[in-house]
Ligand binder design. Sequence first.
Ligand code: BES
Ligand code: ZN
Length: 482
Amino acid sequence: MKKTIFTLSFILFFGFLSAQHDENKWFYANMHVESAQALKNLDPDGIQILATHTNQSAVYVNEELAHHLHHNILTHGPGFLLRKSEEDAVSFIQKSFESRFNVMDFTITEDAFVEQCIDLVNAQNIEETILMLQAFGTRYHERPEAVQAINAIKAKWEALAAAAGRTDVSFEIVEHFGSPMPSLIMTINGVDNPDEYVIIGGHADSITWSASNAPGADDNASGIGTITEVIRVLLETGYRPQKTVQFMAYAAEEIGLVGSDEIAQTYFDEGKNVVAYVQFDMTNYKGSTQDIAIIEDDHTSDDLNIFLIELLEHYNSTGAHALTYTSSACNYACSDHASWEARGYLASFPFEARFNQSNPEIHTTGDVYSVSGNSNHAAKFSKLGLEFIIEVAKRSTLSTSEVDKPTANVVVNNKELLYEINNMNGKIKSLNIVDTSARNVLSKSDLETKGKISIASLPAGVYVAVFKDANGKSIVKKFLVK
Ligand code: BES
Ligand code: ZN
């Protein structure tokens, strides 16, 4: 809001433009709807607003008038994206809000490396990060400690990169309009597909009624601790992603998603292709029977949620890393994932508990580490984070999986699911079908490795078929019911 008033007063100050415009100096562009409106108010004859979609406009604008954006409204970039034609300008705002990826594009093929990585996750390291952040006393976005906390996270991540001898890892401090606190972005450049981004993030600020005492151990030192452990493991193993991987620690989430909103808007304006986004905000309070609650509402993506379910079924159904999941909902833009989803990117929010069973101490001076006392819960989220990054940031084309591993073929035909499992030990002990809300919608047991079952009861949608052998090992396959 502050930004708009500032913008408009500048515009009024420069409101002496002539109504005459040189015919040659007009061009097509995309810009934020507020910028387009501000220019229109300044000089109605200098701009035509051709179309508006969500908060982006396609415009035909006079160069002289557009110039005012550059000098007086934004300090980064020209404030608009130049387009060759009216068609380009209009189509850009329409289609870039739709993700170029969907549920069928995400596959699970990197078993050996994922298993190596999740074995390395150590809750002790997460504890260290949480205690370090809690010790600032407050990370309220207007306090100097908030800036110090961002710098401390940067120093910690830089030390991890330096220890691994990496020069392909970079760091950026992002200043904001809406807060004196900056955000932090760490980037590992993609080897093959550097223009495709896979991102995990969480907020670094905290809030309570008392600005000077806001420990924010669970909300959200825990999420930063979870992310820091993902970074440590990836760097320690010499991980080189095919797509570009980024880790974000945001400013000022607690006053209205300020840091993530500005960053996601910039990515959108620049046409950046964010393949998928996962948020970690509150990961260390085990308030529900199940370990991970996948937030399933209008601010998260069904496609990505079901992929997280697949990952959990595939990597965490049995053995040392076994964990359970459920679904829940915020039903409002409760954290930074909503900033990404609002720009049409696929975003998910795996959360510490069901919404109403989560940590009751958040936003109070009682949100301290001793409420949990260890970081075993947060460590589960680091594992999911590793699974997500490694499987999504691999090469875009389908990799060939190892031949001797069990594989599932499933086909939907005439209200039946035809399936065939290869290389499974013995019979199929159980088959469960799970929907995008993590609900078990159909169960069978003791099936032959090839056969068919009726799925006439399933409404249209995306499902995951979970086949388990006698040892509890899962083979997962998604399918569509039209
Ligand atoms: N970590 C919370 C969000 C949260 C709390 C999610 C409890 C699920 C259960 C986040 O930091 C927060 O406080 N968000 C605000 C909204 C935001 C737009 C200021 C909230 O939930 O009130
Ligand atoms: Zn939070």
